[in-house]
Design a protein around this ligand. Sequence first.
Ligand code: GCW
Length: 666
Amino acid sequence: AEDGYDLWLRFRPLTGAALAQTETRLGSIAAADTKDIAVAELSRGLSGLLGKPVPVLPDGKVVLGTADDPAIQALGLDLRGLGPDGYVIRSVGDRTIVAGGSRTGLLYGVFHLLRLAQETAPLTALNLREVPKIDRRILNHWDNLDRYVERGYAGQSIWDWHKLPDWQDPRYTDYARANASIGINGTVLNNVNANATILTRPYLEKVAALAAVFRPYGIRVYLTARFSAPKEIGGLPHADPADPAVAAWWKAKADEIYSIIPDFGGFLVKANSEGQPGPQDYGRTHADGANMLADALAPHGGIVMWRAFVYSHETPDDRAKQAYTEFVPLDGKFRDNVLVQVKNGAIDFQPREPFHPLFGAMPKTPLVMEFQITKEYLGFATHLVYLAPMWKEVLDADTFRPKQGSTVAKVVDGSLDGHRLSAMAGVANIGVDRTWSGSHFDQANWYAYGRLAWNHGLSSEVIAREWAAATFGADPALVNPILSMMLPSHQAVVDYMTPLGLHHLMGRGHHYGPAPWLEGGPRADWTSVYYHRATRTGIGFDRTRRGSGAVDQYAPIWADRFDKVKTTPPEFLLWFHHVGWQEKLATGRTLWAELLHRYGQGIETVAGMRRTWDGLKGKVDDARWQQTATFLSIQHKEAQWWRDASVAYWQSIHGLPLPPGEQPPP
Ligand code: GCW
């Protein structure tokens, strides 16, 4: 049965013209090194597509090699500038050459060729050259050592620490294959809310075993380092970065790690955020803490990714402003193997946020984009939400720093400020569920993340097409309707949960379902009323110069635009402004009527997705069809729940009747 375990690497037999073409063009393989993993992957994929074993022959049709293989050099292709990860795919006569800058690049090239074959794209006259735009394309697992995954909706962690290092679950290899197939080349194994135990010798040996499984696939491991580890597992009285004994402990720890994992990637750190320990506990700065770790890793080529997701209990200032306030003064103070990791928006992975104002504001520091693949605030695994459009919106945003055309993507890929290091991080949606991701369509978000980390210039639609063809089959009668469900799904969730710039109205703690009424509790910014500020007369967070002033963390051109209702994009209206319920918007509706309209649109889009999926019954295998149909019905019900709960609550505040034409909930 189709249970989703194979992800987008299904390789079910082709038929008709696609089969004939693949057989003619890719029916056999030649390789300088027949033991290379790229040969194994190509042969596995093609054998599936052709429904029979694909031979490896001296004069095979598909020629695999790296730029330093004499057989490849003899072909006279231009292989300059490929770097280790780049590759070329070229049709030469009746042969197809795949040449990688290294074995990793070759592996990526092979997966690209397989993708073309799965998509039933033309396989003649191929002339492709690919080099990734970002060097470190990393997954962040928020996996605890007891296998609980923080914000994970796909079951337990796939890391079975108890049985490692001796037992290496075959699933680890499948994980590596899936990641390599989309260009992911790094993984942080443990939660940013870290447990120092992972840095003890027995656990490092488990980590080394995983690293050994991943290495042939070009994937390095990284770990989250708990800042207080010297105290907790090192026997030191404190973890003050200014104390040479603390620095020496980290240095020895780094040496130990590299002695068993020579290609270890480095550390990710969440410090002085949400109760985590950090340098500020000792009156030091984020830079002091990051630099100490960076010095320990530098001799081995390791890096530090220091998170900017900080906000403090004691600071009464607008939470959206705090990361910028703390980090901008530190620009230029970090070692050159430190990167600062910034979430796409300034609050917290909301269905939609304006780009984080730190992008463009720290030109001397390489910034890592942190996206959340797991759908914490997005309905978890049962809501079908394709996230590429949301990520693209942020990547394509123009920071106007220092001038027009300075997109967030160019900040992150390092091209704007000439940084040597560049990285993107995606908080993984992976667990032991048979689908890996909690649902069939959530696999698309893992896939899209990898593809965008490789090339942020790809469109959401192109990525969705690739994924849908590989996952469900290349027939346009399947792919087109599936795309018509995926592409509007992000706007739909924004509309039925938090339209017009509303944010953080989800239930406390779990962040599932509507709770705009949330107030009280330990801290103001863990309530909903903090964010929507609804009163009898109006709603929205005033972040203008008359309010919190957050607008001035953006380049002047944005600041001026966000400062006025008229020039604020409607999708961010209530993010930046407190607006009267009865105020007329550009759409001609009052704000109250516009909210109702948007809730309704979101629900209608989901209803449309259901109808489309119903039309695919019989065209998709029963198992995947049934699960998706059921999940869509949950999503539909919950979209209505979001509207009804929100509307009832807003009415309890302002007492207005429903706008004409709107029906009360049944
Ligand atoms: O989004 C919030 C989550 C926390 C998470 C934190 C973070 C890992 O609710 O679960 O902790 O962000 O990103 O550090």
